[in-house]
Design a protein around this ligand. Structure first.
Ligand code: E4P
Length: 224
């Protein structure tokens, strides 16, 4: 499962990338609005930091297919080939996905709440479909199960599309999809940090260091 950062805060992205193995960054208009700066200024800064080979996902905001397609071309032109254009999984969006995928532009189908949206997106040429796990849970449905169903639909129909699970509020939700082997998950920095954050873990590591120092002296390591 690929792991992406769902944020546009460059300081937070740099901090997470320093410590954790990350495959890319996803953004959406709400995330960009929180940055409070011109969108391309932020996106170009992210691209420069993560490098040309990492995935960057950027959402189109037009209401019609032609507008979405025009945005998609512009996004890829400015941010590089490994940039995925996020297109909402609505009728105009499926039309835009067909246009953009036909031009060889990578598409991520977003705002996915149902398996059949993902099915249509995959048939329209999307490379990823992004079910919103936590938002689906908040509607009273099972977001994890929706993501699993989409993964199975892609596999059983030999579709060249993968789940990019999104909208997580805790590490348990990510774990469930990691166990299922979905293609990717995009996760906020605070939830990524919670994957390996516990006083129990810190105490275990601290005890090993103390035992070693008891043997060899304070501050000594296997280099000394
Ligand atoms: C990803 O495609 C979505 O834009 C994002 O993960 C939504 O997350 P949220 O439900 O926390 O806003």
């Amino acid at each position: 499962m690929k792991l992406l950062i769902d944020d546009a805060n460059i300081a937070a992205i740099k901090n997470i990338c320093e410590f954790y193995p990350i495959d890319g960054v996803t953004t959406n208009p709400t995330i960009l609005s929180k940055a409070g700066r011109p969108p391309y200024e932020v996106l170009e800064e992210i691209r420069a930091f993560i490098g040309k080979n990492a995935e960057l996902h950027v959402q189109a905001v037009s209401r019609d297919a032609e507008g979405m397609a025009a945005e998609g071309r512009c996004i890829v032109k400015r941010l590089g080939k490994n940039t995925f254009v996020k297109i909402p999984s609505v009728p105009e969006g499926f039309k835009a996905m067909k246009i953009l995928s036909g031009e060889g532009i990578n598409v991520t189908a977003t705002a996915v709440y149902t398996p059949m949206q993902a099915f249509l997106a995959a048939k329209s040429g999307a490379r990823y479909a992004a079910p919103y796990v936590n938002r689906i849970d908040n509607l009273g449905y099972d977001g994890i199960q929706v993501a699993r169903d989409i993964h199975d639909i892609f596999g059983k129909n030999n579709m060249q599309c993968q789940v990019l699970a999104a909208s997580f509020k805790n590490s348990q939700q990510v774990l469930e999809l990691c166990k299922y082997g979905v293609g990717a998950a995009t996760v906020s920095p605070d939830v990524i940090e919670a994957f390996a954050n516990s006083p129990v873990i810190d105490a275990a590591v601290q005890a090993f260091i103390q035992d070693f120092e008891t043997l060899t002296g304070p501050g000594r390591t296997l280099v000394d």
